[in-house]
Design a protein around this ligand. Structure first.
Ligand code: ATP
Ligand code: MG
Length: 211
């Protein structure tokens, strides 16, 4: 009998097995795409598989141009709204075309996808999400705001902690904002949560020093 090799349950083996899962989804998407009623949903599934592979590191990472990353995250959340039959969000962007973020595009896509997803999940009717970025020689400031119900005052001080969630079911773990804060911290920045002044809705502000 062949000797068992210790310690081969590495990240690569996880990628291998998840690729099998992705293959099933891709095959199902191909079946669906032959029917004109399901073509769009098939495209949604295919984009989700690409996203999953990128998150896993099975696809090369791209340059962290903020406007490009935000478009990917918008597509990701729009796909979620379509598939989950949730109200669609309108995205309003104010992002300098040449603004580059530090490090990995994959990290920043996780940040924006989690922030947009939270806003989309809290709203029960079509809403608006604003993304505004400003750069000075010292720092980049990014604000993501929405016109949803806002955040209750008792939740605000602990909102970035893991396992803090007001959502029920669906395997929610209250990890999304913890991931956001951890990634921002990795790049020496900080993120703040608050409610908008003079209008309903939440605002998340990221401060990133230019190193
Ligand atoms: N834009 C927002 N408006 C109002 N409340 C928000 C918003 N974003 C987050 N929250 C609140 O903060 C809580 C924590 O968010 P977080 O993303 O960490 O976890 P979650 O969305 O509940 O679960 P998970 O992200 O793990 O699926 C949410 O359950 C929600 O109550
Ligand atoms: Mg979340």
């Amino acid at each position: 009998m062949d000797e068992l090799v210790d310690g081969d349950l590495t990240h690569e083996t996880l990628i291998h097995d998840l690729n099998n899962v992705f293959e099933t989804i891709t095959e199902a998407a191909e079946l669906l795409s032959s029917d004109k009623h399901w073509k769009d949903l098939a495209a949604t599934l295919n984009r989700s598989v690409v996203r999953g592979k990128r998150l896993l590191g099975a696809l090369p990472d791209s340059t962290p141009n903020m406007a490009v990353i935000v478009e990917d995250a918008i597509q990701s959340v729009t796909d979620y709204c379509i598939a989950a039959r949730r109200p669609r969000m309108r995205f309003v962007r104010q992002i300098p075309a040449d603004l580059h973020l530090p490090g990995s595009a994959k990290d920043w896509e996780r940040v924006f996808a989690n922030l947009f997803l939270n806003a989309a999940q809290i709203m029960h009717k079509p809403g608006r999400i604003d993304i505004a970025a400003q750069r000075t020689p010292e720092a980049t400031t990014i604000a993501v705001s929405d016109n949803g119900p806002g955040i209750s005052p008792e939740l605000l001080p602990r909102i970035f902690r893991p396992n803090v969630s007001t959502k029920k079911g669906n395997g929610r773990s209250g990890l999304g904002l913890h991931i956001v804060a951890s990634i921002v911290k990795k790049y020496s920045g900080r993120v703040q949560a608050s409610n908008r002044e003079g209008a309903a809705g939440a605002i998340f502000t990221i401060f990133l020093p230019v190193l």
